[in-house]
Design a protein around this ligand. Sequence first.
Ligand SMILES: [Zn+2]
Length: 387
Amino acid sequence: MRVRIAVLVAGLGLASLAQAAELREVRLWAGPDSTRVVFDLSAPVEHRLYPLSKPERIVIDLNGIARPSGVSLPAESKGLVRALRSGERPDGLRVVLDVTEAVKPKSFILQPSGQYGYRLVVDLEGQAKAEQPPPVFTAENKPVVVAIDAGHGGEDPGARGRNGLLEKDVALQMARKLARMVNAERDMRAVLIRDGDYYVGLRGRIEKARKAQADLFVSIHANSYKDRAVRGTAVYVLSRNGASSEQARWLANHENAADLIGGVDIPDKDDTLAAVLIDIAQSSAREASFDVGGRLLKALGAVNALQRRDVQQAAFVVLKAPDIPSVLIETAFISNEREERLLGDPASQDRLVRSMLDGIKGYFSSYRPMQQVAYGEGADTGRHAAP
Ligand SMILES: [Zn+2]
């Protein structure tokens, strides 16, 4: 096996590298496709990372760093990591990850943000698992698919309440509850964008929803503000500016653009046609987003005070699927003590989620999903015509 050695330098100047850095904590996060190891550091460090086989393992050398006696490595196996070991080296610390299979490692340094300081992140990607083929639907039997996105996750906790409640946790709890309720409905099916404490990239979230042929994308969050008196529920859809910049992105890739309109080939260089088609998809998705957003506000307003009476607009990346009506719900302010209690209370969560379901059902009872029509014809061969 070819051994590839990656040498990465934080690039923050030699002065800071010269200071001895300290390892403060090591965390392990397992997602369905990858496993993430995070080293909490007092300062950026130079590191070297390489895989070895027989048995499969990843060696991480951290230069100029000592492990203080108080820091212990995660003891439990998680995802692709079976065990972590460490040993002193003359010029630093060596950490060895025993892995369950040959993995592709990637690493980068994160700058301090929020509660975290410098972090070295090592992402391990396993062999592509035999991907389950997406279910094939015809226009007649396709259920309404609702993609439910629990905001944040893993190393990204989102906002934190004064009593320690984390946005990523309440978002996942409510997402799972909503998924159960959606799946209990006839002709409706939920897809959880994340179903565990791990991070999914924002574009990856949209991608997952599109693969699942989602008819609606609902992202669940909790809000936070420095003024702890601020409270209430708000619902967001993609702003016009956000939509235009996204159109340019899609135009830059003709294959994407063709995929967007159900496999119709757009002749190369015919940007005008592509722009028109993308614009049509985006406009109808945005109109539908406002419709479902309004219904969600009305339903949620019966459970909690509203921060804003109207559907709000913002350029949130997760709302940028050009062909899926998408809404982001700021369920309540986790920074407000009363609403932190509400968010952490299972019975209140049930009431919030039940009202989300009411809004969603109201929307689907009057709005025929566009996708259903677009996917209908070519459903037996997927979205692209078979050769
Ligand atoms: Zn959030």
